[in-house]
Design a protein around this ligand. Sequence first.
Ligand SMILES: Cc1cc2nc3c(=O)[nH]c(=O)nc-3n(C[C@H](O)[C@H](O)[C@H](O)COP(=O)(O)OP(=O)(O)OC[C@H]3O[C@@H](n4cnc5c(N)ncnc54)[C@H](O)[C@@H]3O)c2cc1C
Length: 396
Amino acid sequence: MDHKLKYDVVVAGAGIAGIAAAVAAARKGMKTALIEKQTLIGGLATSGLILVYLPLCDGNGTQVTFGIAEELLKRSLNYGPFDLPEKWGGPAGNKCEENRYKCYFNPAGFTLELDKILLEAGVELFLDTMMIAAETDEKNAVRSIRVANASGSFDIEGKCFVDTTGDASLVRRAGGEFETGENYISPWWMENSPGYSQRYHFVDDLHIQPVGPIKNYPRIDEPETGKSATCFTRTAWQIIRDHYASIYAEDPGLRHKHFPIHLPAMPQFRKIACAKSCFMLNDEMYGRHFDDSIGLYADWRKAGYVWETPYRCLLPEKINGILTAGRCMGAVGDAWETFRVIPAAAMTGEAAGCAAALSVQHDRDPKELDVELLRAELRKNDFRFHLEEVGLEKRS
Ligand SMILES: Cc1cc2nc3c(=O)[nH]c(=O)nc-3n(C[C@H](O)[C@H](O)[C@H](O)COP(=O)(O)OP(=O)(O)OC[C@H]3O[C@@H](n4cnc5c(N)ncnc54)[C@H](O)[C@@H]3O)c2cc1C
């Protein structure tokens, strides 16, 4: 292709954050492109076989996250055997993760539903298309990305970009700075397991069960590279082979009952790289008031730890014309660990997509956007920004 494609908003990476961002922008009337290197959408949540939509509540009965995050949670159930918890929260509190406002989903079914959501919103999806480079102008604003697919390599121009690659690929290719995360291997995969929980009973007598984690390996600190992704993935396969070898050593007949059905189609890195942003959310910042909060999110590991999310975490520090969301937004330490999950990706994705649309409409860089304007838009989709809006108190 020798011509440039032109869009209002270009989103790189069709994981949960990218889908939420693209849908939010398209629903605001933006001509929106969503670029995905795989032939599946949903990122780690679906290709990575992560099937737990973590909670939208604080663990004490108060819902804190709303908007597309809630829409996706509900629609994740449309092609699958699971339901929302009948009862979550309540006066006694539900501190354990199990009884919170969360659900299990079936990755294949969620993929189909996510595609429907993109179609309904009018997002133009490019599958099997890898973003390989970015071009910036004299103001250090991203103006176009170069992508490669079966048609060759070509440029896509945008008025505003969102990096939802999960590893800040676009920010890095545009020359932005980044932080790297810690990783250890704990493979999740699906196996046929009759006699286990029958949550996955799709095909006659196949009882498909998610497995993992079974073993932890040392940290991997470098951001994803071709080499590290290969090494990480093949080490996970070895762990899985070892797992079956030990089961079959006890009883070779178990081969007929316990066998792998499906492996993750992307490396199960938790934290690869995140954009160095205008504000880096850090340890112990839960319960704090931020003037520029664009949404609330609660720790999925313990009750009562609710975070306001500064808009500045979505703004890469040294490059312009771009926002980030999901697991590559600006967060480090325990804040990164808290925000790297599915509902937070949906919430920050929606905020980033909405901000990108407003930037285009008002001809402003995302960094110059009036946060009140953004909040007014998000409020229309039920967002809450500060703890007191959901009846919680900030930490003194
Ligand atoms: C083992 C493990 C267990 C987990 N458990 C849970 C859990 O129980 N519940 C939960 O909520 N979360 C869990 N998580 C975390 C969660 O699944 C992810 O962090 C979350 O889904 C991230 O969403 P995202 O959209 O930010 O990024 P991703 O899902 O990583 O999506 C990024 C997308 O961008 C695409 N992409 C990347 N680079 C390019 C490029 N150059 N060009 C085009 N496309 C590109 C990728 O293919 C991908 O589709 C777990 C993670 C792991 C690894």
